[in-house]
Design a protein around this ligand. Structure first.
Ligand code: KIV
Length: 279
């Protein structure tokens, strides 16, 4: 895109159909992962509530709170990135009232988020509108919304039949009309994502939504192959950091056991001979 800091208007105007390059968004949860994503040239960092799963080891995203998201947003903010920082509104931070949603989103902005992400379609349009009204830019997220995991009966592909597909198109239009500047499409058929991308003027950012979106988002740990467990079909691991980490740690353990570490180079020395004869 550009070496300038990424802004909301820049992202909002990105449409592949109008000649833009596709956007990239990657999650980050701390200073170092944010730096890595920024150095990769991705336009957007998502402080995702996937934090619960990939960092904390929980089975879904429902356990993280607004305080957790504030804590991790501050760490990401410390990396002072060119990439735009978007933070997920966690479950129950925007479901109780529009006023609660505004207060929760304000905490994320004060922690360093330039925008927030809200899951849900038509049902959440009023919340999106309320946030945009107080100058908080919003990224929508429809299709497989992980905060609905219990209602969906698992992490299941959405919009596979005509009725469900039509409802997701209505969700996309409602979130666009409410003022969102970008829209994440998760785990829906590629043809449905293509249709939504053609029907909305804001960029669509896919995760398990095929090639026709205006951008793609993946989870940091999934891209790096950092950690084990459920790896959805849409994930492409570009490295095996799990193996690199275990190999390095095993070498350390072996070096300690065989007195190969620490060496002279890793030790401090004193020029005062008496220090070595204290006892
Ligand atoms: O929390 C997250 O990582 C997300 C992505 C899956 C888009 O919402």
């Amino acid at each position: 895109m550009t070496s300038e800091r990424i802004t909301v208007p820049m992202v909002r105007s990105t449409k592949v159909s109008r000649g833009s390059e596709p956007l990239t968004m990657v999650t980050a949860y701390d200073f170092h992962s944010a730096r890595h994503v920024d150095l990769s040239g991705a336009e957007m960092i998502l402080v995702g509530d996937s934090l619960a799963m990939v960092v904390l080891g929980h089975g879904d995203t429902l356990s993280v709170t607004i305080d957790d998201m504030v804590h991790h947003t501050k760490a990401v903010k410390a990396a002072d990135t060119r990439a735009m920082v978007v933070t997920d509104m966690p479950w129950m931070s925007y479901h109780t009232s529009r006023s609660d949603a505004k207060k929760a989103a304000a905490k994320l902005v004060r922690a360093g988020a330039q925008a927030v992400k809200v899951e849900g379609g038509t049902k959440r349009a009023k919340v999106v509108e309320a946030l945009v009204d107080v100058e908080i830019p919003v990224v929508g997220h429809i299709g497989l919304t992980p905060q609905s995991v219990n209602s969906f009966g698992g992490f299941k592909v959405q919009g596979k039949d005509l009725e469900a597909a039509r409802a997701i198109i209505e969700d996309a239009k409602a979130i666009e009309a409410a003022g969102a500047f970008a829209l994440v499409l998760e785990a829906i058929p590629d043809v449905l994502a293509r249709e939504i991308t053609a029907q909305v003027a804001i960029p669509t950012i896919g995760i398990g939504a095929g090639l026709s979106c205006d951008g793609q988002v993946l989870v940091y740990h999934d891209v790096l192959g950092y950690g084990v467990g459920r790896r959805p079909k849409f994930v492409k691991a570009y490295a095996d950091v799990e193996q690199v980490s275990v190999d390095a740690l095993s070498k350390f353990v072996k070096d300690v056991r065989t007195a190969q570490f620490p060496t002279e180079a890793h030790s401090y020395h004193s020029t005062d001979e008496r220090v070595g004869k204290l006892y």
